[in-house]
Design a protein around this ligand. Structure first.
Ligand code: BES
Ligand code: MN
Ligand code: ZN
Length: 483
């Protein structure tokens, strides 16, 4: 974890590394740096940037010897053509992702306002995440000092503290996604939720397989019954005194998705430890909401199961009963996310929350539609636009998608209320319509993060592996809830 602090001027000693921004322009890049730098440093920086061949293109990180400025090293990071808050985030993160073995990094990108301070702090902390559970990685940046005229302002300090909570939540969600299914399965995931929930002062309730059977949770049981590691439904409650609004967050938590008897081919299975990214995101969003003392009641539901093929697994054509009584003919055991979510959506609805947000690595069709970096939001219009607005302000990309009613026809079967597989065309939207049947007529949005939950290639402030996507959007959504 990179410790981040603010300072109103550059230090006179311990001058190890200085981080400077560059904007790309026609011929030579333009220095994009804090006003707190001595004016005469400009010419030196420009010649250093030229000497290392910097272009200022987004994501570029280059090192130059800094002796002329009294630093061991000057690090140049490119922001592309126009500076934005997200550009600051990405540049700061690209730097901490690339740098190794730095004790103190002095960050001299422009951050005159609290918003920019927050963006820099977020980028620095997100880019410094390393997955070290199984192998130590080279130490990154131990501490970063953001040099800004706003160092003493209460707003900047608050932005820094919010960034610390938020990035800790994102990095914790990444850690869960990166942890493979031999160590993270429904029981151990539930144990983790209990531990981190309690530490944040939340109430955590775990339903085991017996309680799920007694409660009629046929979706979780039908998906989980092929695995010797039984399913769990975890409820994490944050109930601040005086809160008028109640938001339910529901996460898909398939700790591994083999497809079940409708087995996935080997390549498609390789990254399926990511199939619990929704549950990881709702858990750590609730934890962050509590740490930030948001004035809104939050209930996170983690629908945890392992989807395995075996002699006890659900067969294609089996009919299961979701909590609340709807029957489903399971024709493809690889369309399992919608089954566990159906149970959890019904359970969440029983408490009559003001809105329900569900988040899931639900369909391969999501990746076909929007690629690897952009998530999809479906649902009731008002909640959907609130989520899109929250995403935009947080730096995550979520795009609104429709729920064309006619696609629901393809889920009809003569012998049950629904089948779990609809038409291939519009596969992401069909899955959304399926879930809508269990959200009843509530204010509800469904986030499909199949693409953006995972990245093979590192970029900006996102290291390779689990991305923790959704945490920042849901937290911004909760911050915007009005009494
Ligand atoms: N977990 C997958 C979706 C997925 C695919 C997530 C790629 C992340 C990356 C989901 O359970 C699944 O297998 N969906 C099927 C549904 C189909 C059988 C109707 C799909 O999209 O192929
Ligand atoms: Mn599947
Ligand atoms: Zn799945």
């Amino acid at each position: 974890m990179t410790e981040i602090s603010l300072a109103s001027s550059l230090p006179t000693s311990s001058r190890e590394a200085l981080l400077i921004g560059l904007l790309s322009e026609e011929d030579t890049p333009v220095i994009f740096a804090s006003d707190e730098l001595p004016r005469k440093a400009g010419a030196t920086l420009a010649s250093l940037a030229g000497a290392v061949g910097a272009t200022g293109s987004a994501g570029e990180v280059l090192r130059a010897p800094g002796t002329e400025l009294g630093y061991e090293v000057v690090v140049f990071v490119g922001l592309g053509k126009t500076p934005t808050l997200e550009g600051l985030r990405r540049a700061a993160g690209a730097a901490t992702r690339a740098l190794k073995g730095i004790e103190t990094l002095h960050v001299a990108l422009p951050a005159a306002h609290a918003e920019a301070v927050g963006a820099l702090a977020e980028g620095l902390a997100l880019g410094s995440y390393r997955f070290e559970r199984y192998k130590a990685q080279k130490p990154a940046v131990a501490s970063a000092v953001v040099v800004t005229a706003a160092a003493r302002s209460a707003e900047a300090q608050a932005a820094l503290e919010r960034a610390a909570v938020l990035t800790e939540a994102v990095n914790a969600a990444r850690e869960l996604v990166n942890t493979p299914a031999n160590d993270l399965y429904p029981e151990t995931f539930a144990d983790h939720a209990r531990t981190v929930g309690k530490a944040a002062g939340l109430t955590v309730t775990v339903l085991d397989e017996k309680q799920l059977a007694a409660g009629g949770y046929g979706g979780l049981l039908g998906v989980g019954c092929g695995s010797p590691r039984p399913p769990r439904l975890v409820k994490v409650e944050y109930r601040p005194r005086g809160a008028k609004r109640h938001i339910a967050l529901v996460g898909k938590g398939i700790t591994f998705d083999t497809g079940g008897l409708s087995l996935k081919p080997p390549l498609a299975m390789e990254t399926m430890k990511t199939d619990m990214a929704g549950a990881a995101a709702v858990l750590h969003t609730a934890v962050a909401a509590a740490q930030l003392k948001l004035p809104v009641r939050v209930t996170a539901w983690l629908a945890l199961a392992e989807n395995m093929p075996s002699g006890t697994a659900t067969r294609p054509s089996d009919i299961i009963t979701i909590r609340g009584g709807k029957t489903i003919e399971v024709l493809n055991t690889d369309a399992e996310g919608r089954l566990v979510l159906a149970d959890a959506l019904v359970a969440a609805g029983e408490e009559d929350p003001d809105a329900i947000i569900d988040i899931a690595t639900l369909t391969g069709a999501q990746i076909i539609a929007l690629g690897n970096r952009v998530g999809a939001v479906m649902g009731e219009d008002g909640t959907r636009s609130d989520v899109v607005a929250a995403a935009e302000s947080s730096g995550e990309e979520f795009w609104p998608m429709p729920l064309p009613e006619q696609l629901l026809d393809s889920f009809k079967t003569p012998i049950a209320d629904l089948k779990n597989k609809g038409s291939r065309e519009g596969g992401m939207l069909g899955a959304g319509l399926f879930l809508q049947q269990f959200a009843a007529d509530r204010a509800w949005a469904h986030l499909d993060i199949a693409g953006p939950s995972w990245t093979d290639k590192a970029w900006g402030y996102t290291p390779a592996g689990g991305t923790g996507v959704g945490v920042r959007t849901m937290l911004a959504y909760l911050e915007n809830v009005e009494d």
